[in-house]
Design a protein around this ligand. Structure first.
Ligand code: SF4
Length: 218
């Protein structure tokens, strides 16, 4: 039996089959990738499930089918389990949405390229939304940005799950470079200061939000 995450596979209920979750950065997939996922699901009698992290899981594979499925997909595994940066959820932003004020896909792409899969004390989820509507659900993400005409608003410390927390405003009126630079400082700080399996919001409760703000905004 594979360990969770080994070969990019996650054991399913019943402990007989696995799901694999290709990395669809920002929820964007090409028609060719979609066709390959569908072909693999057909070939191995598996299901396709859209996940909350804007990915598509191929569910119901036998252990001996996993290597071949990855080889035929030609995609990297998404960081779906473990202590790391999991996903960067992004709304369509100024590329497609008429309400957007900032380019959420461009900032999210940069964050995803730099940080996806980075090892951290616990899971870490990010969101980037192009306007105050926050369609990427910034309020329940460890770290996020949403756009205003005056610049990016930064939120921190949210999470879903059994002990949910709402994110708090950390900074505002940031341009793209300032936003990316702050993301780097926040992740470095979390990496250094969080306890193992402590979410960002719990760490902020322990060390104090104002104290954290002083450190990362200095
Ligand atoms: S957050 Fe704003 S820009 Fe993004 S999809 Fe929603 S309404 Fe559009």
């Amino acid at each position: 039996m594979l360990k969770d995450g080994e070969k990019g596979a996650v054991l399913q209920r019943g402990k007989k089959t696995y799901a694999i979750v290709p990395h669809c950065s920002l929820g964007l997939v090409t028609p060719d990738q979609l066709r390959r996922m569908a072909d693999i699901a057909d070939k191995f009698n598996a299901a396709l499930k859209i996940t909350s992290a804007q990915r598509i899981a191929i569910v119901g594979l036998q252990e001996e089918q996993i290597d071949q499925a990855w080889a035929e997909l030609g995609m990297d595994p998404g960081a779906a389990v473990g202590l790391c940066v999991r996903s960067v959820k992004a709304c369509p932003g100024i590329t497609f949405c008429r309400l957007a004020t900032r380019d959420s896909l461009a900032l999210a792409k940069r964050l995803d390229s730099e940080f996806h899969g980075r090892k951290l004390p616990w899971k870490f989820k990010m969101a980037v939304s192009g306007c105050v509507n926050q369609c990427a659900e910034n309020c329940i993400k460890d770290f996020g940005f949403f756009g205003k005409r005056s610049g990016w608003v930064v939120t921190v410390g949210g999470n879903g799950g059994s002990r949910p927390l709402l994110a708090m405003k950390l900074a505002e009126k940031l341009d793209d470079e300032q936003a990316f630079s702050l993301a780097t400082r926040v992740l470095d700080y979390f990496d250094a200061e969080a306890r193992k399996t402590e979410r960002m919001g719990r760490m902020l409760q322990r060390i104090g939000f104002e104290n954290f703000k002083k450190k990362v905004l200095a």
